[in-house]
Design a protein around this ligand. Structure first.
Ligand code: LLP
Length: 431
């Protein structure tokens, strides 16, 4: 199995976090999102302890809520004493409603509006990760008006190609995010931040991309960020207190993907940080990382019911399920790989190669292609693994399909944390 929270019981049923998936589908209906709380906590602890070992006691992992943003997640993050990365007023609202201590929140985004800036300050967000001169001016103006001093990190584009999907690569010079080091934009933003009232520049941020298996681009990012920090010390007399290296470590979607040792990756990045500090005689700053996918992806699973099986002799086969791109747009968007299992027929031979089709009115609505399953029939269950990240958070109501519910699993118990959307929910905003 691709993850240790997946197993099969004596009735040939798939189990997730020790719970029979067929029984959960019977209780809650399908499509259904499942979430393994114990796995999420385990990953938070791995990040916390590995970062403390690599970067010292001031280090803090920030969970990137864009991967999965629901109130219960922020409760878990509060209990695990994590920080968080928030990217909209909606995420801030969700985190605050879970009682998350907002001084440990970092507010990202290249499109913060004045309303967002005001909302975040009102909510007590600890740090803004500023993306542009316009945003910096807005932060300064609002903070000065309120008589506060806002902590600010500057988002920089270090000019790195992390060899991941183009749509999720974010650190290159021509990225829409941040100020490029190479063009002098970063230095100009730094000068501005040091000159404005209401702003306390605490350091620099970068995020190079997502679903990255190799540590090499992170080590490059460390070298580039620290050399920029040393340049700013030399040229502007400013010493960064904090460096945020963003998120991006990959997860295993398929058996052929490597199992990632997150602690070992963090230790390697730690060595690069120590070396950079020594080489530049730079005092070790407080280090932040912002994992999203690697905290929640393999803590998630989606369960569907089969509606029809279509064989096109000489061409291909389809298994159509009761969900699709509204609950998981990632194959349609990025051709993302997923492992698909026959949840109620796990011990049968898998010799029927098929595409898993969603129920939407477009051919691109596929969950996966080239999957080997038993010859399923209407009513059978299909489980898609590793759907904890960027599934519910990217879900839509396309074709007026209500979003599925989410059930949290912990210690063998299940609890509904998000109810299934109703038809009334679909009409809620219509006047
Ligand atoms: N920090 C920043 C500033 C980010 O932009 C992101 C992700 C993260 C942290 C978390 O990265 P992670 O550890 O999850 O790789 N929708 C795409 C992924 C987009 C990632 C956007 N930024 C997908 O479904 O693959």
């Amino acid at each position: 199995m691709i993850s240790s929270n997946i197993s099969v019981n004596e009735t040939s049923h798939l189990c997730f976090a020790g719970v029979d998936v067929t029984a959960l589908a019977a209780r809650y209906g399908t499509p259904l999102y499942l979430l393994d709380e114990d796995r999420i906590r385990e990953r938070c602890r791995t990040y916390k302890s590995a970062m403390a070992a690599a970067f010292g006691p001031r280090a803090l992992p920030l969970y990137a809520g864009k991967a999965l943003c629901v109130r219960d997640l922020y409760r878990i993050m509060r209990e695990e004493e994590m920080g968080i990365d928030v990217v909209s007023s909606g995420e801030i609202y969700t985190a605050k409603s879970a009682g998350f201590p907002m001084e440990r929140a970092y507010f990202h985004g290249n499109g913060k509006t004045d309303a967002d800036v005001a909302f975040a300050m009102e909510a007590g967000v600890g740090t803004f990760v500023c993306d542009s001169r316009e945003e910096l001016d807005a932060i300064s103006r609002f903070a000065t008006e309120r008589g506060i001093t806002q902590r600010v990190l500057l988002r920089l584009a270090p000019g790195i190609d992390p060899h991941t999907h183009r749509a999720i690569s974010t650190g290159s010079v021509d990225s829409k995010f941040g100020a490029a080091i190479e063009t002098g934009g970063a230095e100009a933003l730094c000068r501005a931040a040091l000159s404005l009232s209401g702003v306390r520049l605490v350091g620099f941020h970068c995020h190079i991309g997502s679903q990255i298996f190799d540590t090499a681009p992170f080590l490059d990012a460390v070298r580039i960020m620290f050399s920029f920090a040393a340049d700013m010390r030399e040229r502007l007399g400013y010493t960064a207190e904090e460096i945020n290296l963003g998120g991006g470590l990959g997860v295993r979607y398929l058996a052929e993907h490597p199992t990632i040792d997150y602690a070992a990756c963090i230790a390697e990045i730690g060595t690069a940080v120590t070396e950079a500090c020594r080489a530049l005689s730079f005092p070790l700053p407080a280090i932040r990382m912002e994992p999203g996918r690697s905290i929640v992806a393999d803590a998630g699973m989606t369960v569907y019911t089969v509606g029809s099986v279509k064989e096109i002799p000489g061409f291909k086969n389809y298994v159509a399920v009761d969900g699709g791109m509204p609950d998981n747009p990632r194959y349609a968007l990025y051709e993302s790989p997923y492992t698909v299992l026959p949840a109620n027929r796990m011990n049968e031979k898998r010799d029927f190669v098929c595409s898993i089709a969603g129920r939407c009115c477009e051919s691109g609505d596929l969950i996966q292609e080239g999957v080997a399953l038993p010859r399923l029939v209407r009513g059978d269950l299909v489980a898609v693994l590793t759907t904890g990240a960027y599934n519910y958070s990217m879900a839509s109501n396309y074709n007026r399909i209500p979003r599925p519910p989410m059930v949290l699993l912990s210690g063998g118990h299940d609890r509904l944390i998000v109810r299934r959307e109703s038809f009334e929910d679909l009409l809620r905003n219509e006047l």
